[in-house]
Design a protein around this ligand. Structure first.
Ligand code: ATP
Ligand code: MG
Length: 487
């Protein structure tokens, strides 16, 4: 969406980036007005289809979307997602008029400070904006706390630190009060960094601003260490998390190797999606079994986890298990009294599956009178708190710059994200409609099974069930499930 969709006749200004040194050097510095990036184009009986997103980047002209219907572009041979009607505008904010704010919500993730830094520096250095503030402590900071003035000097070194200099929180989302606060403070660009809950919150803030007819851009940057946000290739912080997880796995391996019948158990992040566990396992080579929420498993009996652990210990003398925090929750609730505990944002509080699985394995071996040593490592909060690595720092920089270009061009109600290797603007509803999950019928999970040599823990009946489940009817149109689970 664009501000001009609901506020006609907004004044426009020449893009100040015309005097940027990069403009004269880069061959095609400005992104074409109607440049789009296909999420995935798939073969369909009526011709190729695919959802397209607007390409991110600096713009000299902005086309205004009036309808979001699919259309067939015979020249390009694809179905586009929007019709573009006008093309004469330029950027929609004068630098002096911009009053931007940044807020971080939800759990910690490596790279938050880098994104903050690059939004501030992008606004200052590229567009000459000087009024940027930070909202203290998540959404509730809009109406209960002071703000933090942000300048390139203030943010200069923050990317070397973990966490977020703005603070964060869960819960406390009152749309009306937040939009009132935006209006009262005269803010006209809101940069919201956070996970699935945060982006849902951003979507309703956008709707409210639109309802009130405010010239306020609401732009999101998706944050999820679990990589569970759909559409985008991967989320920032993921690479750092996989890398840091190696240290925990390595420690578990050293411990396991040093004891007779040594077993190391490492719990990693992944409430609903097992990407971190899967990639950390593939990267490490020391893991004998990886358990994720998407792949059901059972403990006792033939083909169960206990049997596999016993076999591995007999063969190899030691073993490492990686388990994602959301794995086996149904199983766990059969054994432990289930709780309906929720955090301030209404997310279900998960029981500690790592502790439970460790105890269950110990009990099993005790019963069988086999001596063994088990060491349980939970590095999850440690991983969340570290600064981002080089790859994530680069990624955060691109995300932040794209986001700033979009806001200056007057786009709103979007999230910046990498789609098929290109920076794009994704409407909130696309990001919020579902969760990204490891598809265990895809090749990447097969590669993991080959690498660890673990059983699938599925009976033939389960396999048919899983196949059915993993092929949604819109496979052709969305087409994502066919690809490798590349984060
Ligand atoms: P993560 O789960 O990765 O830590 P998150 O953004 O999902 O990040 P939450 O604590 O669930 O973290 O949500 C962050 C903020 O978004 C909270 O302030 C919460 O009140 C708000 N929020 C969550 N869900 C919604 C929703 N459906 N509508 C409006 N606001 C929401
Ligand atoms: Mg969440």
């Amino acid at each position: 969406p664009h501000l001009a969709d609901y506020i006609p006749d907004l004044p426009t200004y020449p893009n100040p980036l015309r005097s940027n040194p990069a403009y004269s050097v880069v061959k095609q510095y400005f992104v074409d007005m109607d440049d789009t990036v296909p999420q995935k184009v798939v073969v369909h009986k009526d011709g190729p289809r695919g959802v397209h997103f607007r390409r991110a980047g600096p713009r000299q002209k902005v086309g205004i979307i009036v309808s979001e219907e699919y259309y067939w572009d015979s020249l390009m041979s694809y179905y586009g997602f929007a019709k573009i009607v006008t093309s004469l505008r330029q950027v929609y904010f004068d630098s002096d008029e911009v009053h931007a704010c940044i807020v971080t919500c939800g759990g910690l993730c490596p790279g938050l400070n880098t994104v903050i830094r690059e939004i501030v520096c992008g606004l200052f250095h590229m567009y000459g904006v000087t009024q940027v503030i930070g909202i203290d402590g998540g959404y509730r900071g809009f109406y209960s706390k002071n703000t933090i003035p942000l300048t390139p000097k203030v943010v200069n070194d923050i990317h070397k630190r973990g966490g977020t200099i703005l603070g964060t929180s869960r819960g406390g989302h009152d749309t009306m009060k937040i939009v009132d606060s935006i209006q009262d403070r005269g803010i006209n660009q809101v940069y919201i960094i956070g996970g699935d809950g945060t982006q849902k919150g951003a979507a309703v803030i956008y709707e409210e601003c639109r309802r009130r007819g405010l010239k306020v851009v609401i732009a999101g940057i998706p944050k999820t260490i679990d990589n569970d946000i759909p559409v985008i290739d991967r989320s920032f912080g993921f690479d750092t998390a996989v890398e840091e997880a190696q240290r925990a796995i390595n420690a578990a391996h050293v411990e396991a190797e040093s004891a007779e019948n040594g077993l190391g158990v490492v719990k990693l992040m992944g409430r609903y999606s097992g990407f971190i566990a899967m990639y950390a396992t593939l990267a490490s080579r020391d893991v004998d079994c990886c358990l994720i929420p998407e792949s059901p498993f059972y403990l006792g009996g033939e083909g169960g986890l206990f049997e596999y652990v016993e076999k591995r210990l007999k063969e190899n003398g030691h073993m490492v298990i990686v388990i994602a925090e959301g794995a086996g929750q149904e199983l766990l609730s059969q054994f432990l009294q289930s709780t309906n505990e929720q955090d301030a944002s209404g997310n279900r509080v998960l029981q500690d599956v790592g502790l439970w699985i460790s105890q269950s394995i110990k009990d099993y071996f005790k019963q069988r009178k086999i001596a063994m040593t088990l060491k349980y490592i939970d590095p999850t909060y440690m991983i969340r708190a570290i600064p981002s690595n080089a790859a994530d720092n680069v990624y955060c920089t691109l995300l932040a710059q794209s986001c700033v270009h979009g806001a200056m061009a007057g786009f709103t109600g979007y999230t910046s994200g990498l789609v098929n290797g290109r920076q794009t603007y994704i409407p909130f509803n696309r990001i919020n409609e579902r969760q990204n999950k490891v598809v265990i019928t895809d090749r990447m999970w097969a590669r993991l099974l080959s690498s660890t040599n673990q059983p699938s823990f599925l009976g033939p009946k389960d396999i048919i069930e899983v196949r059915k489940e993993e092929q949604p009817p819109n496979r052709l149109l969305d087409g994502e499930n066919g690809k490798d689970d590349k984060p």
